[in-house]
Design a protein around this ligand. Structure first.
Ligand code: CMP
Length: 136
């Protein structure tokens, strides 16, 4: 049975700043993701805090929110069979040092914070994150 899903992807400030947007989009397309919506925006710290609310108790929360609001980002809805998991595999481990060869974070990530891309970690969160950026 087919299971076409949508997931939210963000090209983070470090990658947008290094002009990697088109290169990263082409990797998604090569891997059969359809980019069904896309926008380049800059969010406020308050918006970043809302977006990353699940991490609010983590020691890195403050830095994470400052970082995501520090410059333009590209937010996209990606569609594919089992898109949530497929995107997480293509992105690689959160820390680029641990990411496998051929993954986006291995190729472009600079550090655990500046890891170039974000992707939803479950179908439920994908719906919430898509809503956050596209349905208001
Ligand atoms: P992301 O997938 O966007 O989700 C939360 C982000 O927090 C994560 O990528 C990392 O960039 C960042 N982060 C910083 N420190 C940590 C950590 N110790 N563990 C997990 N994520 C971290």
């Amino acid at each position: 049975m087919s299971n076409t899903q949508k997931t939210l992807s963000i090209i983070k400030p470090d990658a947008v700043q290094r002009n990697l947007t088109e290169e990263i989009k082409s990797i998604f397309k090569k891997n059969d993701f359809e980019i069904t919506s896309e926008k380049k925006i800059k969010i406020s710290k308050e918006e970043a805090e809302k977006f990353y609310i699940v991490h609010q108790t983590k020691p890195f929360y403050e830095d994470l929110c400052n970082y995501l609001s520090s410059g333009p980002i590209v937010v996209m809805i990606l569609s594919k069979e089992n898109a949530v998991l497929a995107n997480r595999e293509l992105m690689g481990a959160t820390n680029p040092e641990d990411a496998k060869e051929g993954t986006i974070r291995k190729k472009y990530g600079l550090s655990i914070d500046k890891n170039s891309v974000h992707g939803s970690d479950s179908e439920e969160n994908a719906k919430k994150e898509i809503d956050f950026f596209f349905n208001n």
